[in-house]
Design a protein around this ligand. Structure first.
Ligand SMILES: [Zn+2]
Length: 152
């Protein structure tokens, strides 16, 4: 196989089965959630989908998706301009995907890599997800915006 093609395939596989994502999957499983992976028919082919709750769980890498207030996302000092442009594009794409998913009547819930790597933080996040899912649909947005402040 052409090394470039192999590299592309390998990196796409890695990005779909990262340790944070596997941690989130097992935590959801332990909490009794049924989920589907990588629904290609939803905008951005979300990592984890809870069909029963019409909710998309996004496991975001702190570096690539720019987790605000987090220790991980340092901007590389070389080629700063290039990185800033790239990050801005990623953040815009995330926002667009979330908006598109919501337009289709689905909710979104982000779990950041730094939360997914730390068992207690992950457990807290899953509990918050549970609270959100148990609310009547009109309330979830209120909780969601509060939750965004907590997460950032
Ligand atoms: Zn983070």
């Amino acid at each position: 196989m052409n090394p470039l093609i192999r590299h592309r395939i390998m990196s796409s596989i890695q990005s779909k089965h990262t340790i944070p994502e596997i941690n989130v999957r097992s935590a959801l499983h332990r909490a009794g959630y049924r989920f589907r992976l990588h629904r290609a028919d939803l905008p951005g082919s979300p990592d984890i989908v809870l069909p029963k709750h019409r909710t998309v769980v996004l496991v975001h890498g702190c570096f690539w998706h720019r987790h605000r207030g987090c220790d991980i996302p340092k901007i590389p000092s070389r080629n700063r301009k290039y990185w800033l442009r790239k990050f801005a594009r990623n953040v815009r794409r995330d926002a667009r995907n979330k908006a598109d998913v919501r337009k289709l009547g689905w909710e979104t819930f982000v779990i950041w890599e730094c939360q997914a790597r730390e068992p207690e933080a992950l457990a807290r996040r899953i509990r918050l997800l549970g609270k959100r899912l148990s609310l009547p649909s009109g309330c979830s947005r209120v909780v969601c915006s509060r939750n965004h402040r907590e997460a950032s």
